[in-house]
Design a protein around this ligand. Structure first.
Ligand code: DQA
Length: 148
């Protein structure tokens, strides 16, 4: 099955961006290890990063057309602001997991609210790049056995 990992604004700077919060791994490195994990399980990983809200929304729409089975989404700061991105997930009705490198609940209060969490199957945050890997494992488990 196709699994899409969606990265929002500023995540292209991973590795250099506030490494004390987000770690030293680059986005390319994260995507590479996720792709290997996905392939080993017989699935296919697609990934997309954008700093633009409309491009992320467009990519969610496209996921319906290319029959993506599952989405892992780190929407970055759009998590806390974007009703439009939330509406896109509601529109396509593709199961997704919300991902954050940092523990958003241990940070500023404006990061405590997410427009996505209640639509998501689950949320993984606080484990650095391992947050993505844990979410991917959960997604692949769900693809294997669709009922909780
Ligand atoms: C983030 C947390 C967000 O609050 C922040 O705006 C980001 C990254 C994370 O992965 O920890 O850009 O989503």
């Amino acid at each position: 099955a196709k699994i899409l990992v969606l990265h929002g604004p500023n995540l292209n700077l991973l590795g250099a961006r506030e490494p004390q919060i987000y770690g030293r791994e680059t986005l390319a490195g994260i995507n590479q290890s996720l792709a290997e994990r996905t392939q080993a399980a017989g699935h296919e990983l697609l990934w997309f990063q954008s700093n633009a809200e409309h491009e992320l929304i467009g990519r969610v729409h496209q996921a319906r057309d290319d029959r993506t089975a599952f989405i892992l989404c780190n929407a970055g700061a759009f998590t806390h602001t974007s009703i439009a991105l939330r509406d896109a997930f509601a529109a396509v009705a593709i199961p997704f997991i919300e991902v954050h490198l940092s523990n958003v609940f241990a940070r500023e209060p404006f990061r405590h609210h997410s427009y996505l969490s209640d639509l998501a199957l689950g949320v993984v945050c606080g484990f650095g790049s391992a947050s993505y890997a844990l979410a991917l494992d959960a997604a692949m488990q769900r693809l294997q056995a669709p009922t909780p």
